[in-house]
Design a protein around this ligand. Sequence first.
Ligand SMILES: [Zn+2]
Ligand SMILES: [Zn+2]
Length: 305
Amino acid sequence: MIYKVDFHMHSIYSDGEKLPVELVWECKQKGLDQISITDHDNITGQDEADFAARRLGIQYKTGIEISSRYFHKEMQSNGINTDELHILGYGFSLESEALNRYCNSMLEDRIKRAEQMAAALRVQGMEITVDEIIEVKKDKMLSALESVKSIIDLGDENKQKELYELIANKINKLDRIFIGRPDFAKIMIDNGIAKDINHAFNEYLNRKNLKTSMDRELLPAEGAIDIIKQSGGSPVLAHPMELFKDNMVENRFQILDSILRELKGFGLNGLEVFHPSATAEDSMQLIKLAEKYHLHMTEGSDRHS
Ligand SMILES: [Zn+2]
Ligand SMILES: [Zn+2]
């Protein structure tokens, strides 16, 4: 039997557009059997996704995508100048202390960086507060919830009501929300400071003094793998071909081989072999590497909307 799956999606709780429940509903409409929502560095949406998937008879795996720092000499010597690796985690316990601690600290870190960004914008005469951004985001989430109510049918009115209450209560109580530069851009547009996203970024947010204020401290890849394992989950390397998106070096699969050998030593369990960044030919090569290192193979759309 061939399962239809999507193990890589982003919801409104990170940089996506939709509530987890809406993503789950759409996956049901597409006839998917197994799914996971993998928000960046947080697990806020996992309970509601799991609830909805259960009601709809889809197999759900808890998911996250952790941004990590990674240095590998073969990457550097071949002109691959990224030092960021994304590690997906699946099937972990939502109660895991280590994972909750990590997610809370990452969300707090985002708030801190947003405060710095707001302060830098204030110097330029722009009054944007982080509280205002959080309120705008909560309103957006609550109105997203209102608009899905007429679309989704979980087949049991009481259960559905229970779920919507759980979601609304959670959103109202959120004090840590994933904030990024696009949120600043949206407020600038709403307040008439910028005319569109490009204008907001080019005119304000991409300025050097603002960019550096949003730099972040990432865990080393080994640490990301370790947290996922500690919480009972399975760590998987996300979109390997994206490492080469700016530099399609000829020996990229050789480099990947050596990266995977090292990550396997750290405890990596899987490789995302199907992803929009990989061509059919790339995927064939990735499958070979996954087999060589006894890694699970996963597929993800990485959709954000
Ligand atoms: Zn990623
Ligand atoms: Zn992603």
